[in-house]
Design a binder for this molecule. Sequence first.
Ligand SMILES: [Mg+2]
Length: 187
Amino acid sequence: MSTSRSLPSTIIFDLDDCLWSPEMYTLNSKPTKPITGELGTKGSGVIGVSNGSDTVKLFPSALKVCQRIAEGEFPNVTFGLASSSEEPTYSKSCLSGLDILPGLKMNELFPIQAIGRTRGLTSRKTTHFASLKKQHPEMVFSDTLFFDDCNWGDHVGDLNTSLGVKGIRTPNGLTEEEFEMGLDLFK
Ligand SMILES: [Mg+2]
């Protein structure tokens, strides 16, 4: 952990197929049932949220990245979420259910969130970034890093062209290598 590292001031993640799977639109009801297990090497907690037939879980490397955030590796960075989930109430149920560390909910890591495609949000993530900027006026798009699987559309390319946001595509769920590649864009 280097204190001289140059970092973006804001880092934003997509949820479905970037930090967790499966995608919310594939679920037939809201996941609410906590599934406990081992949080990698960090102890036990809620590792999944189930609706009885499907369980939403973080990708193992996305959990590791979230644990690095939770442990304070990036003290001056604001973390947020930009998801065009078709079922934002499902997303929020998972965010308030999943643990990152024992006793620390995923929701607590992300003070700014834009989730859904209603109330000013659309399938285009420029709308989510406008909402995030409203929540966090200090946000500077050119000093923001974004991760998205982009399996449905090129959100990373769109935000780069439209707003100057730098991003990394995570087509198989966020890996630690992709996270480092993103940080390297700000060296
Ligand atoms: Mg996605």
